[in-house]
Structure formats: C-alpha cells, structure tokens
Write a protein that binds this ligand. Sequence first.
Ligand code: NAP
Length: 485
Amino acid sequence: MVSRVIPVDPFDLVIFGGTGDLARRKILPGLYRRFWAGQMPEDARIVGCSRHDMSDKDYREEVRAAIQEFALEGKDDTDKIDAFLEIISFVAVDATGDKGWTELAKKVREDVVHAFYFSVGPSLFGDLAERLHKYKMAGKETRIVVEKPFGHDLKSAKALNATLRKYFAEEQIYRIDHYLGKETVQNLMAVRFGNVLFEPLWNALYVDHIQITVAETVGVGGRGSYYDKSGAMRDMVQNHLMQLLCLIAMEPPHHFEPDAVRDEKLKVIRALDPVQPEDIVRGQYEGDDKVASYFDDVEDNGSITESFIAMKLHISNWRWKGTPIYVRTGKRMKARASEIAVVFKHPPHSIFGEKSNDRRGNVLVIRLQPNEGMNLRVTIKEPGPGGMRLIEVPLDMSFAEALGPDAGDVADAYERLIMDVIRGNQTLFMRGDEVEAAWAWADPIIGTWEESGERPKPYAPGTTGPEESLMLLYREGRRWRDVKA
Ligand code: NAP
C-alpha cells in the first residue's frame, strides 16, 4: 500500500519556545519527518524563538541533536537532515518585552501562510498574542497554535479565550489536543461513519457500556510542581479523555468539516450529567524500593492532588441514556496503554445453552497506544469435535501489520496536526466553546474535592490504581479490561 503524501503550501512557522522540551521532543522531529516524507515545500521556513541569544548555526545543531534523538528510525540521511536544517533559523525573542520582535517581523513573509506555535507556558499566551498584534504579525492570514493547558478552570479559560479573541478570530486559533491527531482517533470516525456495520448498534439499546483508559507507567517526575496544581482531572480528563468521549459518543456530523464535527462534540459535553461523588475514585501513588511516592515527587506530604482518577459518566441524550461510560487515567500504573472499549450487550437469547456468565459479548477495542489499531472480539465455535462450545476470537487490525512498511510513515499526532494548521483545517482542534463547556462540567466536580479536602486513596505503583476503582464496575456486574501494553 502506498501512502499518499500531499505537499502543503509554502509557509513560515514560528515556534515560540523553540528550545523547550516539547519543541525538542515532538515539534521539530515531527517537522523533519514531514520534510523527509516530502510533504514540505522547498520554500517552507521554520523560525525557533526563545529569550536567549543563539546563532542560527548553534540552533541548527540543537535541532540536529533533537532529530537524531527522536526522529530517526529509518530516516537517518545526513543530506536530508542538512537540507532540513537549511530552512531553520533562530531569533531571540522575549514574550514579555520588546526584544527581538522587530527582527522577527522582518523574517515573517507576508505572502505565505504564517503560523505561530505557542510552545511556552500558558502565562505567556496573552503576551505573545498582544505582541504579534503590536508588531503587525496578526493579520487575517495568521494562525496561532496554542498548547495545553488551556486554562485552569472555566474562569481562566474564558479569560484566555477573550484575550486571544481580542487579536485573532476563532478561525485563526488552533487549540491543540494531540490525542485528536492520533491515527486511530481519526480511524474511529472512519469506522463509525464510513461503514454501515457499526452505527445501527452504536447506542444504548446495544452497547452495554464503554470504557476509556489512558494509563501511564511514569510518575509526575520533573513536572511535580506543575502537576500538583493540576491533577489527573485537569491534566487528562477535562481535555484528552473528554475529546475521546466526544468522538465515540457524538452524532454523525452532516459533513467531515471543522464546525460540523465540533458542533456535535459540543452537544455531547453539554449532555453530560453531573457526576455523583460515589461514581468517582481518586488515587495517589505510593512509592516502593524502586520508585518515589507521589508525595516525594511533588515534595509535599500533605498534597491532596490525584494522580489517578476513575469515574462513571452518563450522557443524557436519546442515543446514550442508560449506557454508562467509565473513564480512568493514572500515573505509575502497571502498563502504558490507552484504549477505548465499546462493550456490546449479550444476544437477547442464547440458543446454545451456555450460562449467562459464560458469555461476554462483542467488544470493539480501539487502541491508541502502543500498537495503534482496532480489534473486534466475536464469538465463534471452538474448532474440533465436542459439541457447540463457544469461544471469543479477535478480528484484529493492527496498523503496523495492515499497512506493512508504510505503517512506519504514518504521521505522528504532532506532525499531522501541524500540517493541518498549515492547510487551515481546524477539524482536529478544539473550539473555544468546547473547551469552556468541558471546564463548566469539570469545575463543580473539582470544587467539591477542594472544599472537602478529601485525600485520594493510596495505590501501589505498578498496579491498576486503588481497589475502589475496581469496585466502581464490579458493583454493577462489570469489570475493567486488563491494562496491557
Ligand atoms: P519548557 O521545556 O519549559 O520550554 C519553555 C520554552 O519557552 C523554552 O524554549 C524557553 O526558552 C521559552 N520561554 C520561556 N519564557 C519565555 C519568554 N518570556 N519569552 C520567550 N520564550 C520564553 O516547556 P515545554 O515542556 O516545552 O512546554 C511548552 C508548552 O507546551 C507548555 O504550555 C506545556 O504545558 C505544553 N506541553 C508540553 C508537553 C511536553 O511534553 N513537554 C506536553 C503537552 C503540552 P528560554 O527560557 O530560553 O526563553
């Protein structure tokens, strides 16, 4: 199978925070991979910015090191890397002062698409927007890419939206959620809306429940001070898990076009019921002889921030009323795995005489990582003699296997999303009202914990979180799928 690479138009991409961790690990290596794949036109230009003075030559060497560390697998071609570095330059710019802005403005060409990636701390987003305007780089053709976190609560998200909208129209603002850039996430829409097979069953009549799991093995590590002010609810649920939930639950948009898709996602968020306290389990990892505890990682023995959360959600609309959606995410869990599982109901009547607890029904699993792909469990007869014994087997579609050698060239989330910015396609970016609706849902839940001061339940590292999370499903005769890498 040959993957089709459609080159984008010439562009200038300015990366504020061009020396930061995200630029080094994701943005710049991703751009190199698109260059390598032939998606970037020859006269594309990339400008890195941060406060410290640096020559173009030194910056290019930093970028080369980042590519060598994070982008190579099969793309180790010195000529290609050199050619890519040619399109890169550096300007020292201070987001909060006047340093470097005039020089930057001279570099940005008026007659090509220009995009500004805000890969800096959120406290600088307003300063950057204001200065882009002041230095006449906020014209109608400008696009800005805003990293997470988008606000800390509804009030701050509204204030940030208001600041950005002072200088930019909604069509110019690309709020990034890299989960939306994942191949499987888009495939989820293709599977739902490109086949007749699933959609008739995709509702409370046939779906018993849905599970969304995003499990990490790492702790909060060096991000302790940021994370402790945020927690799993703000860091993961309000954005990434909410976006996955929207895509799985939304109605078919009338067209695969930005506002049609985002209108449908917004309706899902607005239809979410308030969550009952007994349907929420918060956890905090302990330490062992190999890894530090959450307390040690954030250097605060009194912290009540959760590193794990599991919840049961309900969507009050015609399609989903009565189907629970269980979501969980946590750090220091037993494996790194992200998946969505749609668990269908049992057939209404068994003609084979098996006991009801022998049957598990069909499950469609959409794996986001590792090993992106989909898997549908179906019931068949166990081969061989011995009567009608039923077993479940997977119908498996791993992208790596299905696409063969081309699978390696499937763009990763960041590189796909950046190319979408250049193309002016906002479908996979969050609209301002979506972000605000998600905060409006999350705020009262977080407010209750903050008021009560309740401590999260401790859990041992390398597990699936606190035992209470198992009970969330078990008490209703269900169970979480195993967390497997
Ligand atoms: P980082 O490693 O701390 O880098 C911050 C960058 O901003 C550096 O290049 C820094 O360079 C620059 N900077 C700081 N103050 C500045 C100023 N006043 N003017 C101009 N540049 C300034 O942060 P990061 O991890 O790359 O994260 C960047 C953004 O992405 C944050 O919003 C973060 O929440 C988000 N994010 C990061 C990740 C990740 O994996 N790292 C994942 C998701 C979201 P100088 O100090 O030299 O100016």
